[in-house]
Design a protein around this ligand. Structure first.
Ligand code: C5P
Length: 296
């Protein structure tokens, strides 16, 4: 018997490096990134219902068809032909927008939860096709853990789990539009040959490098930092207070620092007490096994 209600966490992500290869014919960009799920999460509570409704604890988050959770439900309905509904309650903790994939994660979690609630037998490739339609970051959240994302970000491959238990996230109160961040890069139109060459290097680095070493790169940093120097100030503060590496996640505005010890992270957190406009979160990486155990 399928459940009549269920509650699932909807985890955030950081990008352990992000390379933009170039512009594509369809207006998107080809990228190469390492996605990593983190412990910071929203919660989705769902109950079977005749109607489809969404409520949210945070004002400013749309609860109508603009929300990816509702979009995910409508796509599932269209694909399966079901006319079942659900009363969905979303508790947000992940800053949004913030480069932490909150909305994308909510969409993927809704796909997983509603498939179960509505007893739909859609296989992973089927769910993946809907996820890619909903947004470039959504397919990753059907897998979780550490993964390489290529193409628009929707081609996902397993990578060995990266474990970083002492991460400090800083979310400055700045909205960076992803579309504007991509446009601001003024990326070239690449030939397939050039694109493949860069991709090969990126893939090699992604599988070979030590993520705690200081060789993390995010191609958005330069242009986003130029527009919003405060984001760079947050990144530098993390380094100053002892992070081994610090970097912006996605197109920002969140930055994360990786610390070797809990005590160092605690000291940094204390030192940042007077930065009242920055939200801070002590988080850890979440492995694929932990992700699967929480969601499936
Ligand atoms: O896929 P998603 O809806 O999250 O993307 C938001 C916007 O970011 C897109 O409309 C596009 O302008 C830009 N984008 C891009 N290349 C990607 C992902 C997103 O240009 N790989």
């Amino acid at each position: 018997m399928p459940p009549t209600s269920l509650t699932l966490p909807s985890f955030g992500k950081i990008n352990l490096g992000l390379k933009v290869l170039g512009k594509r014919g369809d207006g998107y960009h080809d990228i190469c990134t390492v996605f990593q799920t983190i412990s910071l999460h929203d919660t989705l509570e769902l109950a079977l219902s005749d109607e489809l409704t969404l409520s949210c604890n945070r004002s400013g988050i749309p609860t109508d068809a603009r929300n990816l959770v509702i979009k995910a439900a409508m796509e599932l309905r269209a694909l399966s032909g079901t006319n079942l509904g659900a009363e969905i309650r979303l508790t947000k903790r992940i800053p949004s927008p913030g480069g932490l994939g909150g909305g994308s994660s909510n969409a993927a979690t809704a796909l997983i939860a509603l498939s179960r609630l509505w007893d739909l037998r859609i296989d992973l490739p089927g769910l993946n096709a809907i996820a890619a339609k909903l947004g470039s970051d959504v397919p990753f959240f059907l897998l979780g853990g550490t993964a390489l994302g290529t193409g628009r970000g929707t081609k996902i491959e397993h990578l060995p789990d990266v474990s970083a238990p002492n991460i400090l996230l800083i979310c400055p109160n700045i909205n960076v539009s992803t579309a504007e961040a991509f446009a601001g890069l003024d990326a070239p139109n690449l030939t397939t040959e050039e694109s493949n060459r860069i991709l090969q290097i990126c893939r090699f680095k992604a599988t070979a490098r030590d993520f705690r070493a200081a060789d993390l790169e995010n191609d958005f940093e330069q242009s986003v930092f130029r527009r919003f120097p405060e984001i760079d100030r947050a990144r530098q503060a993390l380094i100053e207070f002892g992070a081994q590496a610090a970097m912006m996640s996605g197109s920002g505005a969140s930055v994360y620092g990786i610390f070797d010890k809990e005590e160092t992270r605690q000291t940094a957190l204390k030192a940042l007490d007077n930065e009242l406009n920055w939200r801070k979160f002590a988080v850890a990486t979440l492995s694929r096994d932990q992700y699967e155990a929480a969601l499936f």
